[in-house]
Design a protein around this ligand. Sequence first.
Ligand code: ADP
Ligand code: ADP
Length: 222
Amino acid sequence: PDTVRLGGVGFGYAETPDVLRDVNLILPAGSFHFLTGPSGAGKSTLLKLLTLAERPVAGSLELFGEDAGSAPRSALPAFRRRMGVVFQDFRLLDHLTAFDNAALPLRLSGAKLDSYSADVEEMLDWVGLGSKLDARPPALSGGEKQRLAIARAVVTGPELIVADEPTGSVDAVMGERLLKLFQTLNKLGTTILIASHDESLAERSGATLLRLENGRVTGGAA
Ligand code: ADP
Ligand code: ADP
């Protein structure tokens, strides 16, 4: 099945009721999409619907071939466990080390430290944090926090990765390296959606470009 299917989705806030008016979006399994669009267009809002932080007020939302838009609250964690999310504001836990932040989803899934510690270290090494395993987020730069947030999102091997401006705090060289990480994960079969206003990165990515404007998504398969 397609990883994501949105049909006629509408959503807004009290002050800005029509952020998303009629969003139709299909992300086939194994696809790689970039979502661009002007600041304030609703990219983060659309990502909040995909990660089930918000529910559509109109239309349908399917994830992994199952109805997620009207699923009961109790069903949401099972959907969320199948995705890796890179939040724009990182959402790291300041009292945990970089290693423990990155390992948290694995620990919460009940896995034993022995079974994942090498993978977590390898991933942190890959994003250039190999020497910062014991550092806590307040001691990391913005770019380092961003890379830690990416490591945490991908280390579980999710079927879907959703990332909000994942290269917004890193320099161009690290941006390319992170893009390569997403490309590699996509080649291994992971469905990826990256929201970014960096159109040049989007173009170099080889991903399908989607554009959110006036409450609608254009480009792509839907
Ligand atoms: P983008 O990510 O494309 O910059 P957003 O999804 O952050 O756009 O914002 C879309 C619109 O919704 C903007 O007008 C923004 O001010 C508004 N908005 C975003 N989040 C909230 C919120 N929590 N409450 C009220 N309005 C919001
Ligand atoms: P980046 O380009 O990755 O954002 P910076 O140039 O901001 O990195 O930071 C360079 C170095 O300074 C990093 O190794 C980081 O660990 C350290 N650093 C940045 N901010 C802080 C801080 N608030 N406390 C301690 N070290 C910091």
